[in-house]
Design a protein around this ligand. Structure first.
Ligand code: UT7
Length: 336
């Protein structure tokens, strides 16, 4: 390893439009009690038609804040990495859109498709480029417009009540201090469970007329599908494993964690991990109550908020962990 990378600036953005559990119960057969009891979610944000937001636009807004806080000029960005499962276009990716919106000239822009683990996969990519010395400054974004593609009827309720819109961003830069910054990242995937949490189409294999013809009305595959309980069971196992893997790699113990930021999939999953590792409320940051599950955006939004609230201090060991569709999962161990 030639260099170390560190997070120099963080930013987040969520649309203004708040959608409460009560609001959802007006359009589908659900209720506040079920949603809070099973997921911990109280409200989430949805893009409102005409508010100008999209996955790329929200990503750009979060990126502007991160760049300002990092005190790094947009023209000094060597690479843009954009993680999302809900891009504005089938192609090209959101990375090039943000590049254009920010007025960055011709740096490379890469889109990452790793769903809930997208930010950690992106962080790992950014870290490797900085470590080898190829790039100095990387802009990493996680952003999702879930509301643009959810089944907002009772048929889709087990998925639609969970997901929300938003974006988070981090600027990574080269650090001279080898003991500070991203200490390690750990990535995994298991493709045999690909369809347990998936959106089949529209895609080259499943174009819209075929989708409608092939499938009975009650199972429309142009909305996301999730085998909830199966995903839940795998999530708690993989979260625990990948956190331990990261700690071990750095000769750290669970007690050395100053702040754990788990991907905000379900408050029950975070609470399970917290209990298992015997962490206090101050050692785990959750905000799913306010935003729902924002997939690739959830970790950078939570990390930004925890940092803004002064919950992360220099020298702290910060652990990020995620699990999601693919299945994919990962962790990052950071010395702040
Ligand atoms: O971010 C990527 C990773 N994602 C995750 O880790 C999510 C993992 N899974 C979960 O969080 C949970 O499985 C869910 C929150 C999705 C679902 O909770 P659950 O306790 O597993 O509920 P269930 O799917 O077993 O459904 C229980 C009941 C069913 O009714 P019956 O069959 O018992 O009569 C559902 O039809 O709850 C019903 N139900 C609802 N009721 C009211 C499902 N969705 C709703 C709803 N409102 N929104």
């Amino acid at each position: 390893m030639l260099y170390q990378s560190k997070i120099a600036g963080l930013g987040s953005y969520v649309p203004e439009n708040v959608v409460s559990n009560e609001d959802l119960s007006k359009v589908m057969d659900t209720n506040d009690e079920w949603i809070q009891e099973r997921t911990g979610i109280q409200e989430r944000r949805h893009i409102k038609k005409g508010d100008g937001n999209s996955t790329a636009v929200m990503g750009m807004k979060a990126a502007k804040i991160a760049l300002e806080r990092a005190k790094i000029d947009k023209d000094d960005i060597d690479l843009i990495v954009f993680a999302t499962l809900s891009p504005d276009y089938y192609f090209p990716g959101c990375g090039v859109q943000v590049q254009e919106m920010l007025g960055i000239d011709t740096c490379p822009a890469l889109d990452v498709r790793n769903q809930c683990s997208g930010f950690i996969y992106g962080l790992s990519v950014a870290d490797q480029f900085i470590k080898t010395g190829m790039y100095k400054n990387v802009l990493l974004i996680g952003s999702e417009n879930h509301s643009g593609g959810l089944d907002m009827t009772t048929r889709g309720r087990s998925v639609s009540v969970i997901f929300g819109d938003g974006a988070g961003a981090a600027v990574l830069t080269r650090s001279d201090d080898k003991g500070q910054g991203i200490l390690s990242t750990h990535l995994h995937s298991e493709g045999k469970h690909a369809l347990e949490l998936s959106l089949k189409g529209p895609s080259t294999m499943h174009w819209v007329p075929e989708l409608i013809e092939e499938n009975p009305q009650e199972d429309i595959p142009y909305y996301p599908y999730m085998n909830g309980q199966f995903v839940f069971k795998n999530a708690v196992q993989r979260f625990s494993e990948v956190i331990m893997e990261g700690l071990k790699e750095n000769q750290l113990e669970v007690g050395d964690i100053d702040m754990l930021i788990p991907h905000q999939a379900n408050l029950r999953i975070s609470q399970f991990i917290q209990k298992k590792f015997k962490l206090t409320d101050d050692q785990v940051y959750n905000n799913i109550q306010k935003y729902g599950n924002t997939t690739a955006a959830s970790i950078p939004i939570a990390l930004t908020e925890a940092w803004e609230q002064g919950k992360i201090k220099e020298g702290d060991h910060v652990v990020l962990a995620a699990f999601g569709s693919g299945f994919t999962w990962g962790s990052a161990i950071i010395k702040w």
